[in-house]
Design a protein around this ligand. Structure first.
Ligand SMILES: Cc1cc2nc3c(=O)[nH]c(=O)nc-3n(C[C@H](O)[C@H](O)[C@H](O)COP(=O)(O)OP(=O)(O)OC[C@H]3O[C@@H](n4cnc5c(N)ncnc54)[C@H](O)[C@@H]3O)c2cc1C
Length: 296
């Protein structure tokens, strides 16, 4: 049954029905969303959330799809990305205002070019700013909450609020925002002015490390979080799982904590592989691996 989308006419939103989500995820997996929207401002976001709530449709905010496993059956509600105004970045001295839909990779390049230190360790993470804030993305000893000062949130009823980042509890690949339903629509970062060559040197170092650490085939980065004091990749490698395949999903030969899509893999393939990985590590080390990737 098609939906009457006319209540959203006049809002800055691009709408598509039965839109495949595989192209919206870095794993290249996922069936269609009943409605897929690119929302361009706060008014459109509030209207879209109201539209979904009034029709009892579930809502899925998507960033760059780099940490999510969308089911093969798709999503039976309204999936949306933040675009337009939400993609803007404004650099004011050493303070950076970034929309939740902006690319973290582009933000790291922009700030590096402005001689601002603080995002080099996160360069190369294919995330949105909103997605990175929600999970406290991090790498090589740095996390986004290290430099985050303020967060803009939109509640499911469309109310906008700005909160001090210090008021939000956060930890390793976790923030309390993951337990809430708010949409992260912007962040204010405070970086440090440094000589450009210095920022550039660290940026290049991180880029080089990343190039060698991850496979080139479609993937969602680390599948499991590192258990306290250990590396999930090392535990999985010790279980001899590199190269193990279910359907067209394979545990990467490059990194045992990464699953790659060899072409045509399904979400069911990935879930089956994840269950095998957890069982192997549980049996051999008595450790319960916790997914980092969001399994819808
Ligand atoms: C090659 C590769 C390398 C990676 N390296 C790293 C790394 O070094 N460090 C690291 O931390 N992560 C890494 N990741 C994982 C991933 O990039 C991060 O978890 C990222 O922050 C996810 O952001 P996203 O915008 O892609 O979110 P998505 O994958 O689109 O969504 C993830 C979850 O966040 C929710 N969400 C997304 N945007 C919003 C929003 N604006 N408001 C509220 N909820 C939202 C979604 O509903 C979903 O539940 C890597 C991934 C890949 C593919």
């Amino acid at each position: 049954m098609t939906l009457d989308l006319t209540p959203l006419a006049g809002e800055r939103v691009v709408l598509r029905e039965n839109h495949p989500l595989e192209g919206r995820t870095t794993l290249r997996i996922g069936g269609p969303a009943r409605v897929f929207a690119e929302v361009e401002d706060t008014s459109a976001l509030a209207a879209l959330l109201r539209f979904a709530a009034e029709r009892g449709l579930p809502v899925l905010p998507l960033g760059k799809g780099s940490n999510i496993l969308v089911p093969d059956a798709g999503f039976p509600g309204v999936a949306f990305v933040l675009a337009g105004d939400f993609s803007k970045v404004v650099i004011d001295g050493n303070v950076v205002h970034a929309g939740g839909g902006a690319s973290l990779m582009s933000l790291a390049v922009l700030t590096k070019n402005a001689g601002l230190k603080g995002l080099e360790n996160l360069s190369g993470i294919p995330s949105s700013v909103g997605g990175a804030i929600r999970i406290n993305a991090g790498a090589y000893g740095g996390e986004i909450f290290d430099v985050l000062r303020e967060i803009e949130l939109v509640s499911r009823t469309g109310d906008v609020s700005r909160v001090d980042a210090k008021s939000i509890r956060w930890g390793y690949r976790w923030t309390e925002l993951m337990e809430r339903t708010d949409i992260v629509t912007a962040g204010v970062l405070e970086l440090e002015s440094r000589p450009k060559e210095e920022v550039d040197a660290r940026f290049r170092e991180v880029t080089e490390k990343r190039r060698n650490a991850l496979p080139k085939k479609p993937n969602a980065g680390s599948i499991f979080k590192n258990p306290e004091g250990r590396y999930a990749g090392k535990l999985l490698e010790a279980c001899g799982l590199k190269g193990r395949q279910v359907g067209a999903a394979q545990i990467s030969e490059v990194h045992a904590n990464v699953i790659v899509n060899l072409g045509g893999a399904t979400a069911a393939d990935v879930r089956a592989l994840m269950a095998e990985m957890q069982a192997a590590v549980r049996e051999r080390f008595g450790v319960e691996l916790v997914p980092e990737v969001e399994v819808l």
